[in-house]
Design a protein around this ligand. Structure first.
Ligand code: ADP
Length: 292
């Protein structure tokens, strides 16, 4: 459907000064889930994502996540101007940030560690959100192992069942859920503010070389989950981990739990895309089983 950019421009004028009379909307590459645009009037720019009207909740949750990270004050995120629906299209409009700088890994590490030091006594978030396009429940829970078992692995295994993925995968996953506590025998994580979906496509550097993170799937959880995701589809340099450790200790058991945390994203990919991801998830479960 065609977006009525004029209406959106008028709505954003008070916050941004953008002139809807002179508005240009340019489609941008790179998003997986939504269509992204840059709005430009020659003087002001706004970054906008669009989706079907029934995905407004997803944008509201994205706004809640971005604002929580912003309030924590340790790492740059775009400022959200508005979410809403125009005709049958949902939108989220936020600060446009030119992402062309080179990441300074040490600065990124310190900023991320500072964000992980914003914490809660329990695990979850004030609203549910999405991981990729899959629902992600964030029900507040006092016990981290229980949270990971029910709302992360268990939820994806239930989806796997509905999607008719191999019973072998589901059985292995359920077996793992029963012994999860063994991976936490001498480790009790705090509820750190997490980005939640920290693969390489969701961070970049602004023109000052300062890191910007976006497209979060926020919740309060073990900081190791964010670190693990950074190592799943790519790898930050050793400089990153050295700098991170200066600000936030990484427990020795991280090597083992990293697979547990990435298993969640592999299951999600198996549910979204099937194929090789299910096999990869099964191998990871078997590796974990052999080690605990
Ligand atoms: P999706 O929700 O569809 O995955 P993203 O939020 O990841 O979309 O945004 C798509 C792309 O747009 C990103 O990969 C990034 O390059 C760029 N981008 C994201 N946020 C901004 C922003 N605030 N300003 C400018 N470009 C952005």
């Amino acid at each position: 459907a065609e977006m009525n950019w004029q209406t959106l421009g008028d709505l954003l004028f008070a916050d941004t000064g953008i002139q809807s009379r002179r508005l240009q909307a340019t489609p941008l590459q790179g998003g997986n889930i939504n269509q992204a645009y840059r709005l430009d009037d020659g003087r002001h720019r706004v970054f906008v994502k669009l989706n079907r009207g029934d995905r407004l909740e997803m944008f509201n949750a994205e706004q809640a996540g971005l604002e929580t990270i912003r309030n924590c004050g340790s790492i740059r995120v775009p400022e959200v101007y508005a979410t809403g629906c125009i005709a049958d299209q949902a939108f989220i409009a936020m600060e446009y940030i030119e992402l062309s700088g080179k990441i300074n890994e040490a600065q990124f590490a310190l900023a991320l560690a500072a964000m992980h030091n914003c914490n809660q006594q329990r695990f979850g978030f004030d609203c549910d959100n999405t991981i990729g396009s899959t629902a992600q429940p964030n029900t507040w829970t006092d016990n981290w192992v229980e949270f990971w078992r029910h709302y992360r692995l268990g939820f994806q295994l239930e989806l796997a069942r509905k999607n008719n993925l191999e019973p072998q995968l589901i059985d292995a996953g359920e077996g793992l859920c029963e012994i999860l506590h063994r991976l936490f025998s001498d480790y009790q994580p705090q509820g750190s503010l997490l980005h939640g979906d920290l693969w390489q496509g969701n961070y970049a550097a602004d023109n000052f070389g300062q890191v910007v993170i976006y497209d979060p799937a926020c919740y309060f959880g073990d900081h190791e989950a964010d670190l693990a995701m950074m190592e799943l589809f790519g790898h930050p340099g050793e400089r990153f981990f050295e700098a991170y450790r200066d600000a936030f200790d990484i427990n020795d058991g991280y090597r083992l739990r990293r697979d547990l945390y990435n298993l969640y994203h592999l299951l999600n990919h198996a549910n979204l895309f099937g194929g090789g991801y299910a096999a990869q998830a099964l191998r990871m479960m078997q590796k974990l089983r052999s080690q605990v």
